[in-house]
Design a protein around this ligand. Structure first.
Ligand code: ATP
Length: 199
């Protein structure tokens, strides 16, 4: 699996539709200071579900929408699509290419889609479980991240190994099952109380 294409529209400095194609192997993005290199990595993080404006180097989520310039009006929304090559079948979908999209409006409302089908943020997170891709996963190593990993507490570092070992999905499902069990137990207790009252 590798990142094949990024399509940006109205995201930070990318006011117009911009398509970046990547081949297998190493790609370097070069450009003068302030030309938008980091905005590209912000876009990747953002599509994968980043909810913290600070991590995206802004103060509120609206800051990812093109703010306008002396020559251009601000945009009403920002949209980014990532296309991943899935010929290896690393993603659990029957497509050789998988596109995930996020759009945000100035109201703060976000929309997500997988291969053009509207979905929830949870579906995007689940799609990438155990693949190393994800807003917190090791496929994205930002500035200072290596030092952070070295200095991290053992339990924080363990999360990274769990992702690599492929057990994150199972752990998430276990948590969900435990939550449902607790809810069912609470319902059973309530039912028992009602039965006692009726008897
Ligand atoms: P450096 O090499 O200095 O790290 P860079 O190439 O990584 O720079 P970025 O930090 O990606 O550059 O881009 C910064 C530019 O993006 C700034 O010119 C900033 O004005 C612009 N920018 C950020 N957010 C928006 C926005 N919402 N609307 C318009 N422009 C924006």
């Amino acid at each position: 699996m590798y990142l094949k294409r990024i399509e940006l529209l109205g995201f930070k400095s990318f006011a117009d539709r911009t398509v970046l194609e990547f081949g297998p192997g190493i790609t370097a993005v070069v450009g003068p200071n302030g030309s938008g290199k980091s905005n590209i990595t912000d876009a990747v993080r953002w599509v994968l579900g980043e909810q913290s404006a600070k991590t995206l180097r802004g103060s509120k989520m609206e800051d990812v929408i093109f703010a306008g310039s002396s020559a251009r009006r601000p945009k009403h929304y920002a949209e980014v699509s990532l296309t991943l090559d899935n010929q290896s079948g690393a993603l659990p979908l029957e497509y050789a290419e998988v596109t995930v999209t996020r759009r945000v409006y100035r109201t703060g409302e976000s929309e997500y889609a997988i291969c053009g089908q509207p979905c929830r943020l949870k579906d995007i997170a689940e799609l990438f479980y155990d693949t190393g891709v994800g807003k917190e996963a090791y496929a994205l190593i930002g500035q200072g991240r290596v030092e952070e990993i070295i200095a991290a507490k053992p339990e924080e570092r363990r999360a990274m190994f769990e992702e690599a070992a492929g057990i994150v999905k199972t752990k998430a499902r276990k948590r969900e099952a435990q939550r449902k069990l607790e809810e069912t137990e609470a319902n059973l207790t309530r039912l028992a109380d009602i039965l006692v009252e009726l008897e």
